[in-house]
Design a protein around this ligand. Structure first.
Ligand code: HEM
Length: 414
């Protein structure tokens, strides 16, 4: 065993590290479960890797989401927070604020994500999924990230927000610029965010004159009915829904399919159950894929508003705390056979969607998209095979999310 995780993995959170961070996380859980490290950006932060500590930290109100509590104020230089959000008018979104503002803003959008509203969305998600598969099914080969996992969520969120069909390809291109640059070069992200910001401001303006049944119209109506929603808050909300619902879902579909292609026994069990018209294994299976190789590696930034103790370690006031969901979800103290993919896993309270008041508001939509995408693909292209050496595949690093850049596959043309 190395003394330091760095001995096994020269640097945490680099692109090479992203290919398989789990051995380093196992080391941290065992030897330094609340670990102070210097991130590639130069910011010092605490990593929390055990399940029990992670769950507790996610629900601890002494940990603020507001970057103003950071002793270094690194958010001013864009070194903490979500890539590109530094434009001040996008900062006031759910993942950067605490109660009571958080409670007020979250209530406004929660209506859009009730199980009933999301169920109404199912035919549209199915149609999008089928249309995307149609576009490559006759070729016998595809890159499932670029041609499938990437476009599906962006079109779904555009529909949800009320982005007109003729504008959706622009959003798709800008969102693509955002994730292509994730993991280092921030210039491209900044440009893409600027364009998205400008577009959303214009869209909010246009919707005001012609309200519809979509989420942005709902936000405008709420603001007009005295809910104290500023125009910046509405734009920041639209931005965070786009950001939080986009790359995450790409990674659920991408990482999920990759895991299935590498675990043929589990994959066959799933395909057999789908062929029998059952949905149970697909439902527990999506939860297991979220646990086993989830889209969000680290929960977003939290800052100690006073000195506190996590897992017996003292954290000074003003220090950033990063909860490593990917490490917590493989903690053997909580999950038996933690490194085994078991689609039927029954006891699975994973943290893939977070925990506490910032628990993922889009979870019902994400589950729907994951189930439709993976279920339909394995049903329509049953002999899908990986068309590359798994060790050669490139991953998108970056701090918060982790997913494949490409997933080449082959199959019998249909
Ligand atoms: C929050 C994961 C899809 C919207 C979160 C958090 C996680 C997460 C871990 C909590 C972060 C923290 O506490 O620091 C995921 C995963 C997804 C997914 C794994 C896909 C598989 C979506 C979708 C939407 C969405 C589709 C919306 C369209 C949000 C929002 C928040 C959030 C708005 C902030 C909630 C708050 O602060 O109150 N998500 N998410 N997510 N997610 Fe998701």
């Amino acid at each position: 065993m190395p003394d330091q995780p760095h001995a096994a993995h020269p640097q945490l959170f680099t692109w090479e590290f992203a290919a398989d961070p789990y051995p380093a996380y196992a080391w941290l859980r065992e030897h330094s479960p609340v670990h102070r490290t210097t991130l590639p950006s130069g910011v010092e932060a605490w990593l929390v890797t055990r399940y029990a500590d992670a769950r507790q930290a996610l629900a601890d109100s002494r940990l603020s989401k507001n970057p103003a509590h950071h002793s270094e104020q690194a958010h001013r230089t864009g070194r903490v927070g979500i890539p590109g959000e530094r434009q001040a008018d996008l900062m006031t979104h759910l993942l950067n604020i605490d109660p009571p503002d958080h409670t007020r803003l979250r209530r406004l959008v929660s209506k859009a994500f009730t199980p009933r509203r999301v169920a109404e969305f199912e035919p549209r998600v199915q149609q999008l999924t089928d249309r995307l598969i149609d576009s490559f099914a006759e070729r016998g080969e595809a890159d499932l990230i670029h041609e499938f996992a990437f476009p599906l969520p962006i079109y779904a969120i555009c529909d949800l927000l009320g982005v007109p069909a003729e504008d959706q390809d622009d959003l798709r291109d800008w969102a693509g610029m955002m994730i292509r640059h994730t993991g280092g070069k921030r210039g491209g992200v900044g440009r893409a965010v600027k364009q998205i910001r400008g577009y959303l401001a214009d869209l909010i303006h246009r919707k005001r004159a012609d309200l519809g049944d979509d989420l942005i119209s709902g936000l405008i109506r709420a603001g007009d009915h005295g809910e104290h929603l500023t125009e910046n808050e509405a734009a920041a909300m639209a931005f965070i829904l786009l950001f939080a619902g986009f790359e995450t879902t790409i990674n659920l579909v991408g990482n999920g399919l990759f895991a299935l292609l590498r675990n043929p026994v589990q994959r066959t069990l799933l395909q057999d159950s789908l062929a029998r018209g059952e949905s149970g294994l697909l439902e527990t299976g999506i939860e297991e894929l979220l646990r086993y190789d989830g889209p969000v590696e680290l929960a977003t930034w939290r800052f100690a508003t006073r000195p506190l103790t996590i897992g017996g370690v003292d954290i000074p006031m003003g220090d950033p705390v990063l909860v490593v969901l990917a490490a917590a979800d493989r903690d053997p103290a909580r999950f038996s056979d933690e490194n085994t993919l078991d689609l039927a896993r029954a006891d699975n309270p994973h943290l893939g969607f977070g925990h506490g008041i910032h628990y993922c508001i889009g979870a019902p939509l994400a589950r729907l998209e994951g189930q439709r995408a993976i279920g339909t693909l394995l049903t329509r292209l049953p002999d899908l095979q990986l068309a590359a050496d798994p060790a050669e595949l490139r991953w998108r690093g970056g701090l918060i999310m982790r997913g494949l850049r490409e997933l080449p596959v082959s199959f019998t043309p249909r």
